[in-house]
Ligand binder design. Structure first.
Ligand code: BG6
Length: 504
């Protein structure tokens, strides 16, 4: 039987059981994200047995390449990304599911041509992934609507940049809302697909030891750092329009902040979680022109090094002057009962010395100094990248005697390396999954808890807009830092003002 007739017989089977046949339509199927992340994620899900046997994978792009050339390109991308994890036979099974359709979003026959391939919508359960520029969301959603491919249970996945500010984000959200109601719009923040980020929820809410201390009475401040060694590379065109504030802080860092600061949700349903996250975003104290200089640091990498590689600097790479920041640090305050008095310091940047994502929970000092030497306040460090480990610094008595009878103290770390913990029997450590694997699987299963709701995105933009407008008025030029260093000096002044230091 040919591959096509196998698929056809599977869809006939789905019809006879009354079950809709699942179809994943990836618009932008020959694009960079699709080849680097999305097809490899789907191939790994297939290998691990997570995809329904009759799931069809349709690629749509303007590029008219032959079926064979498309399969070859996807196979090369999957092989490159998966490395040793790819097992014999995976590629054949996986690519048998694939079909490429060369279609233009403005072609009025778009829907008809897609239906000619996949069949009538009443028999199908379709997930669209629009991996295109957001400017194409409107025409694409119109095509989907015209063809009647938008009705439930069909759903759509979209990804940032979801606007440059609140106003443009609303336009994008409205263009998608034409075809899909909110419960069927899956907005990706790929940080929410990371195993380690999901573990923050487990750490907070599956343990009793942390929650009684998780408040301003016990926690002095929190640091969230996402540092990258890479520069802007071949994404400079996009990046120059957005900068670190919009590219990273508005989404990934604020999501981490929400997971750390939110109240315990009533359950793990999508809305319980997202309701709590929105409350955090709405409680952020505004930063605007009046306080942006005290509460933020803006930097741009200049000439320097990334490892051994010489970096010319952002403006030199761009070839013209630019006020786009490649580094941002800020002090966020959450005006609610739990957090009033605890500062949250966030920072992210490119061309920094290490690739790290880390959360530091700095506890308050003991209220009364009993010992001769000062007790270092407890500190919980949760490292999410590159390796996941959790360590809690606790004070100990240093072994030995002292002539004056005073006990000497010493801070020591209780530490948990998650790679080692899940590698107990000498087995290979579990494969580090691509964040998109979890997100695509959730979308296929209709579970949107790890996706971002419209009011969340908009609340994040509303807060970030204050900072961006404040910068325009009061802080138009980022401070240059040499590539390969920890960012501009203003990032250190930001904490210094409060008598604190970054955990470098
Ligand atoms: C993306 C940003 O969302 O996240 C990139 O657009 C950034 O600029 C990337 O490099 C970082 O993701 P990760 O998973 O490598 O930490």
């Amino acid at each position: 039987m040919s591959d096509r007739s196998v698929t056809e017989s599977k869809s006939a089977e789905s019809r006879s059981t009354g079950r809709r046949q699942p179809v994943f339509v990836l618009v932008g199927g020959t694009g960079d994200l699709a080849l680097r992340m999305l097809w490899p994620s789907l191939a790994m899900l297939d290998q691990d047995g997570f995809l329904a046997e009759d799931l069809r994978l349709i690629s749509i792009a303007r590029e008219a390449i032959t079926h064979d050339a498309f399969i070859e390109r996807v196979s090369a991308a999957v092989t490159k990304r998966s490395g040793d994890a790819l097992e014999d036979g995976t590629l054949k099974t996986f690519t048998d599911r694939l079909t490429h359709l060369p279609l233009d979003a403005y072609d009025t026959e778009w829907g008809a041509k897609l239906k000619a391939e996949i069949g009538e919508p009443e028999n199908l359960d379709i997930v669209f992934f629009l991996s295109t520029s957001p400017s194409l969301f409107k025409p694409l959603c119109e095509r989907i609507l015209e063809a009647g491919l938008n009705a439930a249970p069909n759903r759509v996945i979209i990804e940032k940049p979801l606007g440059r500010d609140l106003a443009t984000s609303k336009v994008i959200n409205d263009s998608v809302a034409v075809a899909f109601d909110e419960s069927r719009v899956f907005r990706i923040d790929h940080y929410l697909g990371k195993e380690t980020v999901q573990n923050l929820i487990a750490l907070r809410f599956a343990n009793t030891v942390f929650e009684p201390l998780w408040n301003a009475q016990s926690i002095d401040h929190v640091q969230i750092t996402v540092s990258e060694t890479v520069g802007t590379g071949d994404r400079l065109g996009y990046y120059d329009e957005y900068g670190a504030l919009r590219d990273m802080l508005q989404n990934h860092l604020l999501q981490l902040l929400c997971l750390l600061a939110m109240e315990p949700p009533a359950g793990l349903s999508a809305d319980s979680l997202r309701d709590e996250k929105v409350k955090v975003l709405k409680s952020l104290k505004p930063i605007n022109a009046s306080n942006v200089l005290q509460n933020t640091a803006r930097g741009q990498y200049g000439p320097g090094y990334a490892g051994d590689e010489k970096i010319a600097g952002y403006e030199a790479e761009k070839g013209s002057p630019s006020n786009t920041e490649t580094f941002v640090a800020l002090k966020a305050e959450i005006a609610n009962w739990r957090w009033s008095g605890t500062a949250f310091y966030l920072r992210t940047g490119k061309c920094l010395p290490t690739r790290t994502t880390e959360v530091v929970i700095q506890f308050r000092p003991v209220p009364h100094a009993l010992f001769g030497t000062e007790a270092t306040p407890n500190r919980l460090v949760i490292r999410l990248q590159p390796d996941e480990d959790i360590s809690l610094t606790v004070m100990n008595k240093a072994p030995g005697l002292s002539a004056d009878g005073q006990q000497q103290l010493q801070p020591l770390a209780l530490s948990l390396s998650l790679i080692n913990a899940f590698n107990g029997n000498g087995n290979k450590p579990p494969r580090r999954r691509i964040a998109y694997e979890r997100l695509i699987l959730d979308a296929l299963n209709g579970n949107n808890a790890a996706f971002v709701r419209r009011d969340e995105v908009e609340a994040a933009w509303a807060w970030v807009d204050g900072i961006a407008e404040g910068w325009e008025k009061a802080y138009p030029k980022p401070q240059i830092y040499p590539a390969g260093t920890n960012g501009p000096t203003s990032a250190y002044t930001l904490l210094d003002r409060d008598g604190r230091v970054w955990n470098d």
